[in-house]
Design a protein around this ligand. Structure first.
Ligand code: FES
Ligand SMILES: [Fe+2]
Length: 378
């Protein structure tokens, strides 16, 4: 009897979740996703495992561990997923992404970037090779069945595009389904020549849910209303959105004047267009903005249900083009986006707002994102 009632309550909860997160695949009929996504602490927590742990996340680039013996500790999605990880380059030059937690009693292994021949825990002296394999441990000769496989550091997958590195906590999806379409579209760009510029990179803190920030990014519909400067530089009528199923999309900004656009090779599918910017989005929280000067990667990091850290990471290709074109005013555009997204965060709290509808011509990127949110949260 008890199991019947708990089964029924589980069933009713499942039906509530399915109803809340249903987004019609037909954009002309669809309503926007439930505002619970942006307001509910329970769904914010649920997204950790159901969305973020399933996806591929940005680690940094190969220059962070340039020489053999390099170790670079980092925290994946600090304050949210908060997973301590370690990028190493072993004596053969192979890169590894490892758990940065000692398999003895859980001490953090490495706290600062360093160069070393092995990883030695400062708590009781356990030593690991740079590929994460257990090497030695003092005072453990009497311990039976030791070492076992789980005495090695957990190894995470690494996916490399040019010098950019990504990892996945669960490794349930092939990285190709996230990145392949973007990589093919700009395959002519010499990504290895792009250099990270710390002084041009910046973190922004906004009072809004991470998904509101993403869905704003995914439509150019608001450009004429929110970004007067950007609107003066790009041709809104030629602004396009392409969906790459399943997990990414592309928006293309066409230059009004023809100045400050890419010098596209004839091999590019976009050859002949005055492309001022490629805005690639990769589910759930990565944005790759290619401008004639280089690449600005935006990493959208949830902090609380209504606050988000947005990290801009700049990789410069052509220094002389840095302050020109639509990619020259990123800070102002970001301020304009933050202001509107924070207003929306206040608006969706209203008891009178439950759902909206989508423009079929201008909001297919946002509709695609909402469908993915609905699918993963179910
Ligand atoms: S926690 Fe690392 S050796 Fe004990
Ligand atoms: Fe915007």
């Amino acid at each position: 009897m008890k199991s019947d009632s708990s089964y029924l309550s589980y069933l009713s909860l499942t039906l509530i979740v399915m109803e809340k997160f249903f987004v019609d695949a037909d954009i002309s009929r669809a309503r926007t996703i439930s505002t619970e996504v942006y307001k509910s602490a329970a769904f914010f927590e649920m997204a950790k495992e159901k969305i973020f742990a399933q996806s591929w996340q940005f680690v940094g680039d190969t220059d962070m561990a340039a020489g053999n013996g390099s170790c670079y500790p980092f925290t994946l999605l600090e304050k949210y997923i908060d997973e301590p990880l370690l990028l190493t380059r072993d004596e053969n030059g192979t890169l590894h992404c490892l758990s940065n937690v000692c398999t003895h009693r859980g001490n953090l292994l490495i706290s600062e970037p360093c160069s070393t021949s092995n990883l030695r825990c400062k708590y009781h002296g356990r030593i690991f090779h740079l590929d994460g394999q257990f090497k030695s441990m003092p005072e453990f000769t009497e311990v039976k069945n030791f070492p076992l496989a789980d005495d090695n550091l957990t190894t995470l997958p690494l996916f490399q595009w040019g010098k950019l590195l990504f990892t996945s906590l669960n490794n349930n999806y092939d990285p190709d389904v996230f990145f392949k379409d973007m990589m093919e579209r700009v395959s002519w760009l010499p990504l290895q020549e792009f250099n990270y510029r710390h002084e041009l990179s910046k973190d922004y803190y906004i009072s809004a849910n991470w998904a509101l920030y993403c869905e704003n990014y995914l439509e150019g519909f608001h450009i004429p209303f929110v970004h007067a400067g950007l609107n003066a530089a790009i041709d809104f009528t030629d602004y396009t959105t392409e969906l790459f199923y399943p997990f990414s999309s592309l928006q293309i900004g066409i230059s009004k004047t023809g100045e400050d656009c890419f010098d596209l090779p004839s091999s590019s599918i976009d050859y002949g267009k005055k492309v001022a910017a490629y805005y690639f989005w990769v589910f759930p929280n990565l944005m790759f903005n290619f401008y004639p000067w280089g690449l600005s990667i935006n990493i959208i990091q949830p902090v609380t249900v209504d606050s988000t850290k947005v990290s801009f990471r700049s990789y410069v290709w052509k220094k002389e083009l840095q302050n020109t074109g639509v990619g020259g005013e990123l800070d102002r555009v970001e301020m304009e986006d933050e202001e509107i997204v924070q207003q929306v965060q206040k608006g969706i709290r209203s008891r009178f707002y439950k759902h909206g509808r989508y423009s079929v011509t201008r909001e297919k990127g946002t509709h695609h994102f909402h469908q993915l949110l609905a699918k993963f949260l179910q």
